[in-house]
Design a protein around this ligand. Sequence first.
Ligand code: CP
Length: 308
Amino acid sequence: MLKGKHLIDLNEFTTDEVDEILELADKMVKNPLDYCEIAKGRILATLFFEPSTRTRLSFEAAMLRLGGQIIGFSSPDASSTSKGESLSDTLRTVAAYADIIAMRHPKEGAPRLGAKFIDAPIINAGDGGHQHPTQTLTDMLTIKSIKGTVSGLTIGVCGDLKFGRTVHSLIKAFSRYPGNKFILISPQELKIPQYIKTQVLEKNNIEFIETEKIDEVMGDLDILYMTRVQKERFFNEEDYIRLKDSYILDRDKMAMAKEDMIVLHPLPRVNEISYEVDEDERACYFKQVEYGMYARMALIAKLLGVDK
Ligand code: CP
């Protein structure tokens, strides 16, 4: 039963609960109008203390498509946070107006802290370099819809594996499904954090390798999950400039991949996927954007308990 729960880390939901959300999302993809009034009279608040295009707008589109309404802010400068109000006071206030809250915050752990102060479900829409569970629901729905399964896959994740919160959530979630293997492609400086290796991959006996060379593994992949080097989390500009173009997926690299491999990217992209790749039918990142809205529709419906 998901009604009333917070979503801070997707692995705090059972795999049955995650599968339930994905099944509902799949029904919503097929028959969206069947669900266009189920959240009537309910309000979603989107509190974004960090910039966003997809996550905030897909949450808002999701709520509107369910027949609900939205309030919120897209920057802390547009809220009383800029006058020094604490996160707990902001959340207590918003919880008096809204039935459910989606929050993005630069501080890791902020959504978990916030959940202590309010009863309304709070959804982590990205906390610092930590987790991004609704991106992972998006990724799972995309992969399930295109590949027909979330198990038995060789998943390459490439780019900034250190600061990329989408990657951390993705690895945690896919480690719970049988037969998945990971190929972790990054420069030395942007390797996956040690806790993901020890507490997730090694603890669950998940097969994985780390490499710096994308060309050598392209042919092995079922999924290539590209990521942007996270400029906003670097301590100095010099390191960012040195590392930002470590990997650029282009037509030549795509020629090395399987015919049914798919390329995903949480977006925004900067330079890491050439625009020429967009024409390849294996480039699925804009389909992924659309699935993100349906994943969030299903999540909102489940947490509000208005699913049917
Ligand atoms: N994928 C993602 O989180 O995109 P935004 O930063 O635009 O929300």
